[in-house]
Write a protein of this length. Sequence first.
Lengths: 324, 265
Amino acid sequence: MKPSWLALAVLVAPALVVAAPPAKGAAVPPEPGVQWEQTVEMQMQGFSMPAQTSTVCVPRKGMTEPPGTGRDDKCKVTNVKNDGKKMTWSMVCEGEERMSGEGEILQRPDGYDGKMTVRSSQGEMLMKMSGRKLGTACDAAETRRQVAAIQAEGAALQAQGCREGAAALAVSMFTGPTAMCTDPADRATLCRKAATAEGVSALSAQPASTTGGLSALCGKDLPAMRAEACADAARREAERRCTDGSDSLLAFLGQSCPAETRTVAQRECAGRTYTSLTTCYRSFCTTYAGDLLDKGKKAPPPTPKPEDAAGDAAKKAVKSLLPW
Amino acid sequence: MAVVAAAVAVLLAASGAGPAVDRFPDAAPSYLVAVDGEVLWERAPDAPRPPASLAKILAALVVLEDPPEAGWLRVGARAAAETGSRIGLRSGEEIRVADALAAMLVASANDACRALAEREPGGSTAFVSRMNRRATALGLRATRIVDPCGHDARGQRTTARDLLVLTRAALASAEFRRIVALPEVRLSTRAGRVLAAPTSNALLGRLPGADGVKTGFTPQAGKCVVASARRDGREVLVVLLGAPDRWWTAAALVERAFAEAPPRG
């Protein structure tokens, strides 16, 4: 199920006949209500979700507006017709993923049956709903308070998820028509981190299809970010003292910055013996030497007299190593 | 023949092992890299090569057949006159057998090696015979020792593959493993003269996880090394024979082997 479907299901499903929750922060006074048992079943794109049954407290005045009304700023309910027995309505959700739909509920003194159809670019979802009055008295506001609390908790969880997603460079959470996260502050966090050496390393390990949205999100694509991070890392590496002892800069250069790596190798590895290297550069130069020696799978098979041919090749290799 | 090939293919597939490839053709005329005994990369591993001082691994195995801790040996004139790497023994001096063994392995001291060989009843010739018998017992079919310390000699040969088998057998000895990991050797003659020499293994103390084994060089063999390193319970062994720049190459191959080691089965 795509996130937008999930959002819609959350929007309309938890308490179908419960009135819209109060505005954020508003106090909810007690309200006389009656307990109902209600069942929701969803079908979408060829499969069905198991029916979910729950008990909710509904205001005694009954259902006066369509389910979900007022729960999402992006969705508007229009064309509501309610003669006390049958209620019909239309719904339109704006935003990056546009949705529209129609709903119908037939009310009886002891229950109701209804359905709602929603369409988007992802297909069509049909929601069947029914309710049965249990009759027990209850405080309808309590349910509304619970709904409000659940919605607030959901919003907080999503906000936290977006903050963590930004810190984890989860680009896909911020891009595309179904982006879950739109907070500019989180975007800025992600883009700042993406432009660092650590960020470029992490993003380079992700598939291109994932990082493709960086340009739209941050104004720079990954190669541009890498070029800036490499230049910055090379500058900092040249300025640091060897006693700093951190290999993170060299590790980043070695993994992500071929041109800068060659420059450092020329300065710190070229013409030196293994034993003359300072501790700072030993691992870097060793890895660089390994890269020079590694011919991958394209290596030719041994010749009939391999020791002679390889001996010549080895001598050439050393000569090519020394003038790095 | 086809049946045999098919059986080999099935065995390789069953073990998860693929044929070793020559990923580093410029590393050395003959080399071999193994992780936990599994060969990852190799080049001409069965090509006969002079062993240089890597022969001392076999010499050490022979010495270790008899517990050497308590014994003393007298340094002969020939041992004192040895060339190449030495610790500086003088003719007539006495040193502990265990110290001679350490000097031979740590500093590749030819004077200590010759003194150990001459300690054998029957002298160096008998010691060489023991070395060759031990090689045969280990299944080293391409190895033949003529000089116990690895000086170039007609008919003397080994291979990278034999050296891998030999080294793994030697490393099974806790005493051998302890000695080849030492950064230096320090000994005192029976008369109290103190001698010391650093390890000839440049990887020790420089390459993370490096814990031995042995270096070698002769004009015919070129620069050789068998290097061992352990990290996170995994062991990499690199055998380089005739490597123009053995330290760069050995360090690079060890790093690459740890980085690309297949997951444990």
